[in-house]
Design a binder for this molecule. Structure first.
Ligand SMILES: OC[C@H]1O[C@H](O[C@H]2O[C@H](CO)[C@@H](O)[C@H](O)[C@H]2O)[C@H](O)[C@@H](O)[C@@H]1O
Length: 600
């Protein structure tokens, strides 16, 4: 059975990613891309659905031993796990080399002390655990073939097949290193190049050293910021510049519940905010590549803009359920594809325009096509900003006039006006200044509850929504405005979990809530970081710092965050690791650093 979500560590090559548990088992891997079918899907089922465990040998009826220690090697995505056993200590180094060619997952076993018997158990199952491949020897290599896919195992260790699994049993002594690697290749192409584990390790170390070296943040939260940046980089699909929201599907927002979604796609919202964090910490190349991705993905009529695309800009993301998978801790259904792709979410115009504006402010070279796109987006908004939509949380209930959506429509027009004022783009300045004022007035009249002194989730509603915390951050109103302070206080009062983190909005348990779904969910980590930001902005800096540091403590031992935190079970829930959690971590760290609010 899969471990807790926080028991996993991420390795990846900027084309796909794997999750490796503390027991040495790679339980999740899609090949060759993030959004391909999984070859290891034990995460959402059991061993029958594919895994690769590499660790100390253990008795037939025993549980696989958990690593005694683990860490990433310096500022890299190279995972090192160590087991202290009665026979000695052994280290397993796991990574995926950044590549042009065949995707590889490389594992190096290194004896540290004593002589430790090891076992590798590799069970490949294609199509998310559904298809058993044809496994056979080709010279020294093992090939597993099914339909369009083939996966090849290279290792100097002896292997044998049993119970539809490829095993390898060997012993390592101090200083001995044994490499094992799998590579993917389209099955019609034959064998991929043999994986060279040690060379791949040096190249991977060098890659991460060079990338992290560009980071311009040197503040007190550097360790957390750098780990988050590495995670965001790992979620970037290098060939196109697209960014996945997370490398997993259907890790549940409620253990045993049905709020299980596929995040292996590029949301304009998530990608745009990711870009903003990367730009603020010195990373221009990713911003440039994503802007190119954006232009290709949304090319054509802005009427046809989708809120999310495939990582190469694909539009068809049809949602289906995989009924043979029992789901993570029986959280059904397991979904692939995402029905939210066809929703109207007006906030997306604001996030994209904000990212393009920031790209300009941080000196990214002008791109006339991007400027043209921006004008088209605002022209579309002129006619549609006052329509109800599904909003930032992608509700599956009826459309509403979500206040956050309108605020972000204001952001879109505001940033466009600023770009015109700066001479970067040409547009109807007076008309859009008027539009900006019109949206602002409407939000303040219809989205604000005078009696309670708070903005509300949607026009005329009594509900609150943590997305309103973005009002001062986006510059819609200054932080000392009494309506902003009232909103922050109301959200803190009504949407806090007992341990002080923040829910997105109220859910209704067994009844369908505003989001059209039954069941509850955990504290939303992005919203909890936004609360820390707002507290700092309204002058409650010490409280902001304490909340931020409590949020940092929720990260797992290798610095990773899922989408949510279950305050009752005290564990991470939702897809993992999640860009939408790591981005606000970076943003809050930068804000607290700028305010000088850190230290004990
Ligand atoms: O909760 C319902 C929705 O949950 C997912 O959306 C969430 O994740 C997105 C990706 O990080 C994020 O952009 C969005 O703001 C979140 O609400 C899911 O993708 C939706 O299909 C689902 O309706």
């Amino acid at each position: 059975m899969a471990g807790r979500i926080e028991d996993y560590a991420l390795i990846g090559d900027m084309q796909t990613a794997a999750l490796v548990g503390r027991d040495g088992s790679a339980d999740w891997l899609c090949l060759p891309r993030f959004d391909s079918h999984a070859v290891f899907a034990a995460l959402l089922g059991n061993e029958e659905h594919g895994f690769w465990r590499l660790g100390p040998a253990y008795g037939r009826d025993a549980e696989p031993p958990r690593a005694t220690r683990r860490r990433y090697k310096g500022d890299s995505l190279i995972l090192e796990q160590e087991w202290d056993t009665p026979r000695g200590t052994v280290r397993v180094i796991d990574f995926m080399p950044p590549r042009d060619g065949a995707p590889q997952l490389v594992r190096i076993v290194e004896g540290v002390s004593g002589r430790v018997p090891m076992r590798s158990a590799l069970r490949m199952r294609f199509s998310f655990g559904w298809v058993v491949p044809w496994v056979h020897k080709v010279g020294d290599r093992i090939a597993a073939v099914a339909g369009p896919d083939s996966v090849w195992l290279d290792t100097p260790a002896d292997t044998y097949g049993e119970e539809l699994t490829t095993y390898s049993d060997f012993t390592v002594g101090p200083g001995e290193r044994i490499g094992m690697a799998i590579s993917w290749e389209p099955s019609h192409k034959g064998a991929p190049p043999v994986a060279e584990a040690e060379e791949a390790l040096s190249a991977t170390e060098e890659f991460w050293r060079g990338w992290v070296g560009q980071c311009t943040y040197h503040g007190p939260y550097r360790e957390a910021v750098v780990r988050s940046l590495i995670t965001l980089k790992a979620l970037t699909y290098a060939p196109t510049g697209g960014i996945v929201a997370a490398p997993t599907t259907s890790l549940p927002e409620e253990i045993g519940g049905s709020r299980n979604w596929d995040y292996r796609y590029t949301w304009l919202r998530d990608a745009a905010i990711t870009l903003s964090s990367l730009l603020r910490t010195g990373y221009r190349e990713e911003a440039r590549a994503w802007r190119e991705w954006l232009l290709r993905a949304v090319a054509g009529d802005p009427q046809n803009l989708q809120i999310m695309y495939g990582i190469a800009g694909e539009r068809e993301l049809g949602e289906t359920e995989l009924d043979w998978l029992p789901g993570y801790e029986n959280s059904r259904p397991v979904r692939i594809g995402n029905g939210a792709a066809s929703q109207l979410q007006l906030d997306v115009y604001g996030e994209v325009t904000e990212a393009l504006h920031l790209a300009h402010m941080t000196g990214l070279a002008r791109n006339d096509h991007a400027n043209l796109l921006l004008l088209k987006l605002i022209r579309y908004l002129e006619d549609h900003w006052d329509e109800p939509d599904e909003g930032i949380w992608e509700v599956r209930g009826p459309r509403r006039h979500f206040v956050h959506s309108k605020v972000m429509a204001w952001v879109a027009v505001d940033r466009a006006v600023k770009l015109i004022e700066s001479g970067e783009v040409d547009g109807p300045l007076d008309r859009w200044r008027e539009l900006r004022d019109d949206i602002h007035r409407t939000v303040c009249e219809r989205g604000y509850d005078k009696e309670r002194n708070t903005f509300t989730q949607s026009f005329g509603s009594k509900e609150l929504d943590a997305s309103l915390l973005l009002i001062p951050q986006m510059g819609f109103l200054p932080p000392d405005d009494k309506r902003v302070i009232g909103t922050v206080e109301a959200i803190q009062r009504e949407l806090s979990t007992p341990d002080g983190f923040i829910l997105r909005y109220p859910t209704a348990g067994d009844e369908p809530g505003v989001d059209g779904l039954r069941g509850d969910e955990g504290a939303f980590l992005a919203c909890s970081f936004w609360m820390a930001d707002d507290l700092a902005m309204i002058g409650r800096v010490e409280e902001a710092r304490r909340l931020f540091e409590r949020l940092l403590a929720l990260r797992n031992d290798v610095g990773l965050l899922a989408e949510e935190w279950d305050p009752k079970l005290k564990r991470q829930v939702g897809n993992f690791p999640q860009a939408f959690s790591h981005v606000p971590l970076i943003d809050t760290a930068l804000r607290l650093t700028a305010s000088g609010a850190y230290g004990g």
